[in-house]
Design a protein around this ligand. Structure first.
Ligand SMILES: [Zn+2]
Length: 539
């Protein structure tokens, strides 16, 4: 049976404390989710901030292969018309194929939070759903606090679903907004909802008539995934969640283990087996873009999820890999590791090079060794395909670097009450020519960037179109307790082409310098020797 995945990382996920995504970040994650095979991507709440409105404008120009984009907003205000409701109109302006409307299911919220009548709330739901159905949208109706509302007043909670169903909603999503439900309660309530809808003539199974059922859970009782699975087994076919379970308080339902469990343990179809093998990569990629450390102990995709340490386990897995593993880690793109001997070889190097359209020409071992060395020093290539590509290119014996950076000096100064100034001087080599340049910048990294470009531009005018679009720093805490190191991720763009590069050093300027170097060398190297195809880099 096919399950429809609805990702809300870009909306509900960003409610997590300390998580903030730029429009660029959101677009990158959306592309990645699309490649993973997610069916719906909720981009944000266009009525709540201009950033989300910009996302919807820009995502329209991006070709997606699987996913439909949804905009989120609430039902119309009490005693108002949809036509004059700013939030509803922002949803119209977002111009998405799917509109997700959230409405109240609980009498407590209707009467004490919204301070309106039960009858008016039903009209708000019906009017808002009908408004978007008339405009040809696919409408997902999120029944907020459904489980709590049901426990308080089942008849009313069910009446809100009927109102949405009668108005033409395509999917009714039961939300455990406070995250306190237990799996057996979810099962019972989903079954009760199905009986109710069938009695009202809305059984989805009857020749496709009526809305499908969905589930949206939160993790306050550490049961979000368990509750979603209970709901699916009771008949929900649409599941809402976020990558890595990002979300407010204790998080949303984590789509990563949900997909793996539904598909590998219960035989449901969510994505293709090939897409499933990208699960680990997607989890780590989204963490990197969100500037959060991936949870190394995350089920299925964590670095330690299939790590075996010492003694009996190692001896056993050496004989029979499955003896201490609940699944074959490769099914989700992870791998078994023997911790004591650090045999954590990067079996995916060849695959990733192939994805980039690059030929390793028997240099696997060199590249592998180099990656291992650099990752030990704090580099991370998961979200830095550009640096990975440079590593592969430089490993080729006939590789001719378009330039070489020989040395640099950065001076940052502040005199009295004056502003800070930053200057950089660089010495670099192009062919046989040695160049010295200096430049000022808004900060030390900017000054460095300006000075390098000053030297390169006369030889490589095409670099004028290369822009640095994002710069991120994260502190890498090395496990041996030595000093924390900054890791710098730079995102560059030239038209529609994008690439990310990485640098890591105790010195943040040096880390930035490494990432800058790769970011400027890559477009020149690509121009000289284009990869066979570059689908994998465009994200
Ligand atoms: Zn939620």
């Amino acid at each position: 049976m096919q399950i429809l995945l609805y990702d809300t990382t870009l909306r509900d996920g960003t409610q997590r404390e300390g998580l903030s995504l730029s429009v660029e970040d959101k677009l990158k994650i959306a592309r990645e989710l699309d490649l993973l095979g997610v069916h719906y991507i909720e981009g944000g709440w266009p009525g709540s901030n201009p950033k989300d409105a910009e996302f919807f404008r820009r995502i329209r120009r991006i070709e997606l292969h699987h996913a439909r984009i949804a905009a989120f907003g609430s039902t119309r205000r009490a005693d108002a018309a949809c036509e004059t409701d700013a939030n509803i109109q922002a949803l119209v302006d977002a111009d998405t194929p799917v509109v997700t409307l959230v409405g109240k299911s609980s009498t407590l919220h209707v009467e004490q939070v919204l301070e309106t009548t039960r009858q008016e709330n039903l009209a708000m739901i019906a009017d808002s759903v009908a408004y978007f159905k008339e405009r040809g949208k696919e409408v997902v109706y999120d029944a907020e606090h459904f489980f709590d509302g049901y426990k308080l007043d089942a008849a009313y909670a069910l009446a809100t679903l009927s109102a949405a169903a009668r108005a033409g909603a395509d999917c009714l999503v039961l939300c455990d907004t406070n995250g306190g439900s237990l799996p057996h309660e979810v099962t019972e309530i989903v079954q009760a909802v199905r009986r109710h809808l069938a009695n009202e003539g809305f059984a989805h199974s009857d020749a496709g008539r009526g809305p499908t059922l969905g589930i949206h859970t939160h993790n306050d009782g550490a049961l979000a995934v368990a509750n979603a699975i209970a709901a699916v087994r009771a008949g929900c076919v649409h599941v809402q969640g976020t990558i890595n379970g990002y979300g407010e308080r204790c998080g949303n339902m984590d789509l990563i283990p949900l997909i793996a469990n539904l598909q590998l343990k219960l035989g449901y179809r969510c994505i293709t087996p090939k897409q499933l093998r990208r699960l680990s990569e997607v989890s780590h990629y989204v963490a990197a873009v969100a500037n959060l450390n991936p949870d190394t102990h995350a089920p299925f995709v964590g670095h330690s999820a299939f790590a075996h340490k010492g003694g009996i386990h190692v001896a056993a897995v050496a004989k029979v890999a499955d003896s201490y593993q609940h699944i074959d880690p490769e099914l989700v793109g992870n791998q078994m590791r023997i911790v004591v001997s650090e045999l954590s070889g990067r079996g995916n190097v060849r695959m990733r090079a192939r994805e980039l359209g690059l030929d390793l020409n028997g240099n696997e071992q060199v590249v592998l060794q180099r990656i291992k060395e650099l990752e030990n020093r704090g580099f991370q290539f998961e979200a830095a395909e550009g640096s990975f590509e440079m590593l592969v290119r430089r490993a080729a014996p006939d590789y001719q670097p378009p330039f070489e950076l020989l040395d640099f000096t950065v001076v940052v100064s502040k005199h009295g009450a004056n502003d800070m100034t930053s200057q950089a001087m660089v010495k670099l080599k192009i062919g046989d020519e040695i160049m010295h340049t200096a430049a000022e910048g808004a900060g030390p990294v900017n000054a460095l960037d300006m000075a390098i470009r000053k030297a390169l531009l006369p030889h490589y005018p095409e670099l004028a179109n290369v822009q640095l679009v994002d710069y991120k720093v994260r502190i890498v805490d090395e496990h041996l307790g030595t000093a924390a190191k900054p890791r710098v991720l730079i995102e560059s763009a030239c038209g529609e082409e994008r690439w990310s590069t990485v640098g890591c050093s105790e010195n943040i300027i040096e880390a930035s310098f490494m990432a800058l170097w790769d970011s400027l060398e890559l477009p020149l190297a690509r121009r000289r020797a284009p990869a066979k195809y570059q689908a994998g880099t465009d994200r």
